[in-house]
Design a protein around this ligand. Structure first.
Ligand code: ZN
Ligand code: ZN
Length: 167
């Protein structure tokens, strides 16, 4: 029996409101057992997936690349574009930031947390966390957020909300 190299169908992953492309790509890849390189090859963008998962958008994903990605992930290219910074909005690549109160309501990393202009969460009027308030560990890139807790001390992201300051 021959084994097929190409999976004829994908496990679809629904986009979450406000979700960043890094978080979405991580969820899609895990659901479909794909590496960044494997997904990049499948859509013909080479190493770009790994860059996008780190919010390195220089250059920004092109419309053509988003359409190729849309075909594979089965999420509309316009919807994928919403997971990126709007034109002219600079990205803060480092550190990865978190509104734990948002995460408690909807477990995903939001793209707006990484905008240079973003000072805090406008929904909760809370400061964003740049590290675990319990042990000081930096957050991993959102593509690697699997369990929703600090990888060093296991404090859950949701529990970190009480350590956010009001703004
Ligand atoms: Zn929030
Ligand atoms: Zn920690």
């Amino acid at each position: 029996m021959e084994t097929l190299n190409l999976q004829p169908w994908v496990f679809r992953v629904e986009a979450i409101e406000g979700e960043s492309i890094s978080h979405f790509l991580g969820r899609f890849r895990r659901a479909n057992d794909l590496t960044p390189t494997g997904l990049g090859k499948a859509i013909g963008v080479g190493g770009a997936i790994a860059r996008w998962e780190k919010f390195r958008f220089n250059p920004l994903p092109s419309r053509q690349q988003l359409e190729a990605l849309a075909k594979v992930v089965e999420v509309d290219a316009d919807r994928l574009a919403q997971m990126l910074p709007p034109a002219g909005v600079g990205m803060k690549i480092d550190p990865i930031r978190l509104c734990a109160a948002c995460y408690a309501e909807s477990p995903c990393h939001k793209i707006e947390w990484q905008f240079k202009v973003t000072q805090g969460c406008q929904h909760h009027h809370l400061s964003l966390l740049s590290e675990c308030p319990n042990c000081g560990a930096r957050f991993k890139v959102p593509a690697l957020w699997v369990d929703g807790w600090c990888q060093r001390c296991f404090t859950t992201f949701a529990d970190m909300a009480e350590r956010q300051k009001e703004i």
